[in-house]
Design a protein around this ligand. Structure first.
Ligand code: PGA
Length: 279
């Protein structure tokens, strides 16, 4: 009897430790990403220069998303540099191929060395009228073809001021992920009011919103949601990166303006890499 109580306690202690380590593991397992979104910027010469100057890191995943016509040269520059840098498109079409003038398919992106693709950026939602249904079709096509979608969501200033942030984000998430049970994607929370404005969200607000996004992801995908990296985007730079990197649910940043300069992008990479080492 004594022995069974003792073994009961031993098992209890062991289970608790395993469970706790398991929880910590989930945190650690999440990949940190520093992703550059160059938008409609840079020449070929500037692209070559950028990949010469930039440093990669073993502690975080660095991904650069140049405009479409610079993807293949960027791929070659990355190969030449021998740096570990991933490549991503800024947009993709939902169809495999066909009569879609001016569009790019997932297989074309893969063919020129891409592993990632940004989908549903708020700028495209605005000027190209991309809605949640279109975003969903693109996410499905990217996943089917083995690309990692970087799915962008975010509320406008008006929606924020009228306290609709959670409603907007959950609607965008449910729409973008409809019919998807894979967790091989990245979410970028990009409040529209923070993009290109210099008015970045405070780290506390971003953390709170990321935690909310994770609860919605859990409703959609269950425990798999713990492994999905959620990045912050919107005037992220070298100066505010440390605050974001200290937050438990901020798994990196999607950087626009500050990614155009190799030194400032490097600075952001270093901040997050240091954060990883001190964990
Ligand atoms: P920003 O852009 O860093 O210039 O605000 C971010 C984005 O739109 O991805």
């Amino acid at each position: 009897m004594e022995q069974s109580i003792e073994s009961y306690i031993k098992n209890l202690v062991r289970d608790t430790i395993v469970h706790t380590i398991g929880e910590l593991q989930v945190q650690k397992d999440r990949q940190t990403y520093i992703i550059a979104n160059w938008k409609m910027n840079k020449t070929l010469a500037e692209t070559a220069e950028f990949f010469q100057q930039i440093n990669s890191s073993q502690d975080v995943a660095v991904v650069v998303c140049p405009p479409t016509q610079l993807l293949y040269p960027a791929h070659l520059f990355i190969q030449q540099s021998k740096k570990t840098i991933g490549l991503g498109g800024q947009n993709v079409h939902w169809a495999e191929k066909g009569a879609y003038t001016g569009e790019t398919s997932t297989s074309m992106l893969k063919d020129v060395g891409c592993e990632y693709v940004i989908i549903g950026h708020s700028e495209r939602r605005q000027y190209a009228n991309e809605d949640d249904e279109l975003v969903n079709r693109k996410v499905k096509q990217a996943l089917n073809d083995g690309l990692t979608p970087i799915v962008c969501i975010g509320e406008t200033l008006g929606q924020k001021n009228s306290l609709q942030t959670e409603h907007v984000l959950s609607t965008q998430l449910l729409g973008a992920l409809k019919g998807i049970d894979s967790s091989k994607f990245i979410i970028a929370y990009e409040p529209v009011w923070a993009i290109g404005t210099g008015q970045s969200a405070t780290a506390e607000l971003a953390q709170q919103t990321h935690a909310y996004i994770r609860t919605v992801l859990k409703q959609i995908l269950g425990e798999k949601a713990d492994n999905i990296s959620i990045l912050y985007g919107g005037s992220a730079n070298e100066s505010n990166a440390a605050e974001y990197s200290a937050m438990p649910d901020i798994d990196g940043v999607l950087v626009g303006g500050a990614s155009l300069n190799a030194q400032s992008f490097d600075g952001i990479i270093n901040v997050f890499a240091k954060g990883e080492q001190s964990e």
